[in-house]
Design a protein. Structure first.
Length: 199
């Protein structure tokens, strides 16, 4: 099977405006929406999830300052490991170390081979696991529905970056909206963890 590569065009975001002296300002600053679910995690005294979400906001902001294969490594690493932290919490920490290590290795594998398949396995399978595990629970369904909607919208906006930017008369790009909408999805999962006493 052929490798799944990260196209270099991915780094060429439409909105390159400097905001408050920050290059690619809106793409950088919109990452701090992730601090909202981080604060909720901190309130619930889950230091591990709080730290990972906080570092995810930092790593993604760092990447968007200067988008490249080198800087996206840290963004992908924090996405993968944060996903594994959430998976382990839901899975009640069974084989916790193995799955967390797999998250790290999936990004190292991409760095060494250029193949995104292991990383994409996490990006697809963890959300599906959450959805299938909780969708039938009527009490929790609202969180899952919000998660599904935001997950789909985030992916759509990610892949319509320039279209969205032009459609809004160059006011906001698809990638910026992806960060904001994606953070709402993370909030819904953190709330689900709260409701199911996974903290």
């Amino acid at each position: 099977m052929d490798k799944i590569l990260l196209p270099q065009s991915y780094h060429n975001f439409s909105d390159k405006r400097t905001i408050l002296g920050i290059p690619n300002g809106f793409n950088v600053l919109s990452n701090f929406a992730i601090l909202i679910p981080a604060i909720i995690s901190y309130r619930n005294e889950n230091n591990s999830l709080f730290i990972h979400l906080f570092l995810l906001a930092i790593a993604s902001s760092y990447y968007h300052l200067n988008p490249s294969d080198e800087t996206i490594f840290w963004d992908l690493l924090m996405i993968a490991t944060t996903s594994m932290i959430i998976f382990n919490m839901i899975n009640e920490n069974k084989n916790e170390g193995f799955f967390y290590l797999f998250g790290i290795l999936s990004v190292i594998y991409w760095k060494m081979t250029g193949d995104l398949r292991l990383y994409l396995l996490i990006l697809i399978c963890v959300p599906l696991y959450i959805i299938f595990k909780y969708y039938k629970n009527i009490t929790l369904r609202k969180y899952i529905i919000i998660f599904i909607i935001t997950f789909i919208l985030a992916r759509l906006f990610e892949h319509s970056d320039n279209f969205t930017y032009q459609l809004t008369n160059q006011q906001i790009s698809g990638h910026t909206l992806k960060h904001i909408i994606g953070s709402i999805g993370i909030v819904s999962i953190v709330q689900l963890l709260e409701k199911t006493n996974k903290f």
